[in-house]
Design a protein. Structure first.
Length: 80
């Protein structure tokens, strides 16, 4: 549908939708130049809990998932 989502619902957390854009391309290039040190990257969304804890900042929510050990890194327009 052409409906614009205004809140983060279950549709946002649908991992069957492929990740596209500049950030996955950037990570793919890093993987290539790592010469095998980075074997794979699995993309997923930040957790619902971190989004609930940090509703004002998706970036802080992503960092929360790193701190909690749910993921190893966050990919987006921010630096840690």
């Amino acid at each position: 549908s052409n409906k614009i989502l205004t809140v983060t619902g279950n549709e946002y957390y649908d991992n069957s939708v492929p990740y596209e854009g500049v950030y996955p391309i950037f990570v793919e290039n890093i993987m290539k130049i790592s010469k095998g040190d980075i074997k794979n990257v699995t993309y997923t969304h930040r957790s619902k809990v971190s989004s609930d804890l940090h509703p004002a900042s998706s970036f802080t929510a992503a960092v929360q998932d790193i701190q909690d050990g749910l993921v190893d890194m966050g990919v987006g327009p921010f630096w840690i």
